[in-house]
Design a protein around this ligand. Structure first.
Ligand SMILES: C[S@@+](CC[C@H](N)C(=O)[O-])C[C@H]1O[C@@H](n2cnc3c(N)ncnc32)[C@H](O)[C@@H]1O
Length: 380
């Protein structure tokens, strides 16, 4: 019986091969090429039988919808619905949503829909919730600046818990409601939603925006004499925290805070590798961090990128944002496909920052003082 069902499923899946993306990683950074005039890329994670994706895609033909579902029996129905309507702008991935950063490049996605995600009520299973901070950080890595998560659920406990998780993961909440359809049907319904609505159950909905806290807060600029006052204030933040500031190639923190031209500086590198140093200014013009990008990886330890965030601005996602800007620069100006990033084995915070991106631990080596260093290959 099971075999027959499976064989039948495979046939149905094969008939939908035009919309099924078997190797989504091959489209990373190129999803827009699948739809002429594509204006946005949106994901529905856990699409089930797909009513929401299909109806929304029909209404917005200029948007490419990618629906992810790990249960093929449900997803095949979604695909058949898309075929019936002849939709060109829908694709499906039959896999666990945990793979999003393998499939999408940083900033490639404009919106993520989480509709009636499984609540996993026991604390032991909290990590499986699609609104768990681990998942929210994965979405942040692929969302464009200002990108949004639209979350709907009938489960009040999951909703209230999730409302706490979004800000922790760096999102700003808006349009929070605990009765979306109080004044009649509001927006496209999902299969589950229609059932709950007909039972009179209130539907909770919120929008979580990546933007104010995770991206577009920082601007990279080449340091110049006009930044001297900001350097000194930045350096003082390290002194106040009892930390040593820098030095980084191109920034003379040891002296009077005067900036030298970063271009071509070898600075403190043991092997001369040309690089570019940028300071990161926030919207108020305050210096938040520094990043040095080498034109070739420093061997055996050092890699392509060094970065620092001032002590009084840590734990706010600035390191992740700064690294994202540096990786984008590596891609745009150095033509790299992957950068090497190194961090000390015992520097858990640096390791977490790197793992926000598509990073593969390649090996561990000892530095000149015998400290273990992790070396990562990070796709840009
Ligand atoms: C309760 S159903 C909701 C389906 C649909 N969104 C709706 O509202 O009608 C949740 C769906 O999410 C899928 N799902 C849960 N966790 C997932 C994950 N980590 N990756 C992919 N799909 C997942 C489940 O297989 C299930 O089909």
């Amino acid at each position: 019986m099971r075999m027959r069902k499976k064989a039948h499923l495979e046939e149905r899946m094969e008939r939908q091969s035009a919309r099924l993306i078997e190797r989504p990683e091959e489209h990373r950074g190129r999803w827009r090429e699948l739809l002429d005039g594509c204006e946005e890329v949106r994901l529905e994670l856990g699409c089930g039988k797909g009513r929401f994706t299909v109806e929304t895609a029909k209404a917005e033909p200029e948007v490419l919808f990618v629906a992810v579902e790990r249960v093929a029996d449900a997803m095949v129905m979604a695909m058949e619905r898309a075929q019936e309507l002849g939709l060109e702008n829908v694709r499906f991935i039959d896999a666990d949503a945990r793979g999003v950063t393998d499939w999408f490049a940083p900033g490639e996605v404009n919106r993520v829909y989480l509709n009636f995600s499984d609540p996993w009520p026991s604390n032991r299973q909290a990590k499986r919730r699609l609104t768990h901070p681990d998942f929210l950080r994965l979405y942040a890595a692929v969302l464009a600046p200002g990108g949004e998560i639209h979350f709907k659920t009938d489960n009040r406990d999951l909703f209230e818990w999730s409302l706490f998780q979004f800000p922790k993961a760096g999102y700003t909440l808006r349009d929070v409601t605990r009765d979306l359809h109080a004044n009649g049907v509001n927006g496209v319904m999902t299969d589950y939603e229609e059932k709950f609505y007909s039972e009179g159950k209130p539907i909770c909905r919120c929008v979580a925006v990546k933007g104010d806290t995770l991206s577009a807060r920082l601007t990279l600029v080449r340091p110049g004499p006009e930044h001297k006052g900001r350097f000194l204030e930045y350096r003082q933040a390290f002194l106040d925290a009892g930390e040593v500031c820098g030095p980084l190639p191109g920034l003379d923190f040891a002296g009077d805070g005067e900036a030298r031209s970063a271009d071509g500086a070898a600075g403190t590198d043991t092997v001369a590798v040309k690089g570019d140093t940028f300071i990161a200014l926030d919207r108020a013009g305050k210096m938040v961090g520094v990043v040095h990008i080498r034109r070739a990886a420093l061997e055996p330890v050092g890699g392509h990128i060094d970065l620092a965030v001032r002590p009084d601005r840590r734990r706010r996602g600035y390191g992740v944002e700064l690294l994202g800007l540096a990786l984008a620069w590596c891609k745009d100006h150095l033509g790299l496909e992957a950068a090497r990033l190194d961090c000390y084995d015992d520097n858990a915070a640096a390791g977490r920052t790197i793992l926000h991106y598509k990073a593969e631990l390649t090996d561990k080596v000892a530095d000149g003082e015998g400290r273990q260093v992790r070396r990562y290959r990070v796709t840009v």
